[in-house]
Write a protein that binds this ligand. Structure first.
Ligand SMILES: *Cc1c(COP(=O)(O)O)cnc(C)c1O
Length: 479
């Protein structure tokens, strides 16, 4: 007869386990505190099993004698340690078909951008050092020329994100004064960026004109007074007012601005650097167009349709850009060197549009031919051929992907999806279980459910991820 007490006394102590060879190896690489925590938790689990077991003889305990051996406890501690040391922010596979997916990190960076980030991260850099003169240089110098070249603007500047770009521009040009905006353009972007609220925090006063569906040039004109600082146009990137509508084009606003000697700002939101009309995608003005039309200050995101890292880009007239750069707020929202490295490499790709469309994943996914998408879907289906047909029906269907990131809300991009339908009879696997297992599994596949199937959009799955995706599905069926 063995008592609980005798089982408990059989459990090794943390100190004993710390002498084990495997544990000593862990200590070389992993933080000691986490190793100790894992060992304690593993021992505690066993203690609990003993205490909660039925009193009495050995055969009544839900324990095999060997499960109290140090080796067994160390194995369990290793699992715990792996969980404790796993990073929380990790890669996922985006099978949703939403290209600029804000919750999934928006842009997949080009290879060159990733390489440049690594190169700059690994060592020191000339971030604020002029290599020619051998003296202090400017952080913003690295991208300004490139931005001007690509957009035709006189000057360029970059901050943390577009929300910050809008904030600093309004604060610089309109602090304590009025900014005129159409009621049809008072947008809210996901994540609670609202033009009226940003305006308030920038200390500029919002002067709304027109109505939700119609605003005329004369509405702006009538609202102008001595305290007007700026005319603002906001690209309603994430919605479209259709039907009986009228918005004032940027060129008309520029005309009015000239007449009244007021600067005109255009918050483009996504701000594409290439003309997507060529690829059959309508509704997104390019930055060069806005510059050409004469907007004085133009703001846009680095990680929406541009396909770079999170950043806020500002281009426009040097006179205004100089004022913005010298605003003390600039320091609080300044761009970090890794972002700058990724952004410069991304912008560099735009010198050659054909290469940009191939090398920048966001553009590639946006413009990929239906044929290429179908081939990827077929490849995934092929690789899943061995998967038990008793558990899962695998088909390919036509669906629609989305640009996402609040861009191009009306554009439906035809695509192909691989559909996984759990076979009802004899299988306890439901589509919800499958979705959850893929999401929580090793590679974190994010997909959506439609009717009783899980849809994997081949457009946003990277070629390099197919192997991991297939492994994920196989292991989800095994669980
Ligand atoms: C997305 C967006 C913003 C905010 O840009 P972030 O880069 O996400 O900060 C601002 N204005 C418009 C019109 C947008 O579409």
């Amino acid at each position: 007869m063995k008592t609980k007490q005798s089982y408990l006394s059989q459990l090794p102590s943390v100190d004993e386990l710390l002498k084990d060879k495997t544990v000593l190896e862990w200590l070389e690489e992993k933080p000691r505190s986490l190793v100790l925590e894992a060992l304690r938790m593993a021992i505690e689990e066993k203690r609990k099993v003993i205490l909660e077991s039925k009193v009495g003889a050995i055969h009544e305990l839900p324990l095999h004698h060997s499960s109290l051996e140090p080796e067994n406890i160390i194995n369990r501690a290793e699992d715990i340690l792996n969980t404790l040391t796993q990073l929380n922010l990790r890669p996922v596979i985006n099978a949703t078909g939403v290209i600029v997916h804000t919750n999934l990190g928006r842009s997949v960076l080009s290879e060159k951008a990733v390489k440049n980030i690594e190169a700059v991260a690994k060592g020191y850099s000339n971030l604020e050092y002029d290599l020619v003169k051998g003296e202090r240089g400017k952080r913003y110098y690295h991208i300004e020329k490139l931005l001007c070249k690509l957009t035709g603007a006189e000057a360029g500047f970059v901050v943390n994100n577009n929300a910050a770009a809008v904030l600093i521009a309004l604060n610089t040009l309109a602090q304590g004064r009025e900014v005129i905006v159409s009621r049809g353009e008072l947008v809210e972007i996901g994540g609670s960026f609202r033009i009226p609220e940003v305006m308030e925090r920038s200390n500029a006063r919002l002067m709304e004109v027109g109505t939700t569906n119609k605003t005329h040039l004369k509405d702006y004109e009538k609202a102008i007074n001595d305290n007007t600082a700026l005319l603002l146009k906001v690209h309603t990137s994430n919605y479209k007012i259709v039907g009986f509508t009228k918005e004032v084009a940027i060129s008309e606003l520029v005309g009015l601005g000239k007449k009244k000697n007021l600067p005109v700002m255009f918050d483009l939101g996504s701000g594409s650097l290439i003309d997507l009309k060529k690829y059959g995608i309508f509704g997104e003005p390019t930055v060069s167009e806005a510059v050409y039309e004469g907007a004085d200050i133009i703001t846009f995101s680095g990680d929406k349709l541009l396909g770079g890292p999170q950043a806020g880009l500002i281009v426009g007239r040097k006179k205004y850009l100089d004022m913005i750069v010298n605003n003390p707020l600039a320091r609080a929202i300044r761009i970090d060197k890794l972002t700058l490295a990724g952004l410069e490499a991304t912008l560099m790709e735009y010198h050659d549009e054909d290469k940009a469309v191939k090398n920048i994943p966001t553009l590639r996914m946006l413009t990929e031919s239906l044929n290429d998408i179908e081939n990827r879907a077929k490849k995934i289906q092929m690789e899943l051929k061995a998967v038990d047909a008793l558990l899962l029906k695998i088909d390919i269907e036509q669906e629609f992907s989305q640009a996402g990131g609040g861009s191009l809300p009306l554009v439906k991009l035809p695509t192909f999806v691989v559909t996984l339908t759990p076979v009802a009879y004899g299988s306890p696997l439901t589509v919800n279980m499958l979705e959850e297992r893929l999401r929580k599994g090793k590679y974190h596949v994010i997909a959506r459910i439609k009717d009783n199937a899980l849809l994997l959009d081949a457009r946003t799955i990277q070629d390099s991820e197919i192997g991991e995706l297939v492994d994920s599905i196989k292991s989800a069926l095994r669980d």
